[in-house]
Design a protein around this ligand. Sequence first.
Ligand SMILES: [Zn+2]
Length: 149
Amino acid sequence: MSPTSLRLEELQNRDRELKARLTQLGEMRPGSLVQRYRKCGKPNCHCARRGDRGHGPMWMVTHAVEGKTVSKAIPSGPAVERTRDQIAEYQRFRELARELVVTNEQICDTRLEESPRTSGSENKKNGIGGGDGHRGGAGGRGSAGRRGR
Ligand SMILES: [Zn+2]
């Protein structure tokens, strides 16, 4: 096998593995968990005093949506821990998705390299497919730019 097809096989294995891991993800939610204190507004309450941080802490998930921060109250208790797990799961999703995109881009690059139409001005890889006839195809320079890990 040529180095290119070995590399392609390796990348395809990685692709399958990442997709399998994606299907195993649990509940996820974007955002971050923060603690908030709030003033209830009653003039006689301790929270009306200067320097009092107010009632709380209350847990919130904040999440930027189209530039605006959206907050969601999380009741104290087991929901806080669950939310923490859901947020961590979302981070795993992001990481997997990122790796999947990188891997697939590499697969696409490898396909370009093995394509017989690529006349390989950089790689000088003859012998794949036939026909030396097509020199100077649309290959272009810099197409092999972002390889490696
Ligand atoms: Zn109060």
